[in-house]
Design a protein around this ligand. Sequence first.
Ligand code: PLP
Length: 226
Amino acid sequence: MREMSIAENYRRIREEIPDNVTIVLAGKTRSLEEVEEVIEAGATDIGENYVQEAEAMYDSLGKKAKKVRWHMIGHLQTNKINKALRIFDVMQTVDSLEKASSIDKRVGRMEKQVSVYLEINIGRETTKAGVNPEYEAIENLVREISKFKHLSLEGLMTMGPQSGDPEDSRPYFRKAKGVFERMKALNLSKVKMETLSMGMSNSYRVAIEEGSNMVRLGTVVFGERN
Ligand SMILES: *Cc1c(COP(=O)(O)O)cnc(C)c1O
């Protein structure tokens, strides 16, 4: 059988999943041509893990870069925030008040509003970033972040422990959905908690079943990474 192209992979998954679920294409290690192909196929959102790689991609894409929203999905270093803010519309990996504050200060000097998601370390893994899934701590953080003038807190992002079997992720996704719903129920005036970013290539179907409305996909669209 002929291998499907990137454009075909994207369109097939786009048709397979519900319309309310946003697909963020994880662009790490991908070439300019690969990212162009997926944008031409209709991709709306691109995720990048590294500021330097994102800058190179964004600048090489020229006008095409403006057709999509850019998401920071990797660990954000404070000294890279200024550079990051030139490119990203959404910072998905905010996991402390300090980080939120650093972003807010810098956005304040630009004419920009930035959407942020709080990253939750749903499996309490020592190797992963994110806030532990403790309800009160998360609520406090949400309340504090909601006070920043230039940030708009709009969602939660989580990775969940990786394993071969996507069913193993289900309880973690369910737990993340629970945290998300409780944050939403706080009904804070400045917080529009509307996005739950969870699910990757091997787990996106299970994540959507458990309430995700944003999946971050690399391998299933672009193929294996080298
Ligand atoms: C790479 C990456 C993805 C996509 O991973 P795949 O398994 O290739 O779909 C999603 N989220 C984050 C944070 C990533 O770094």
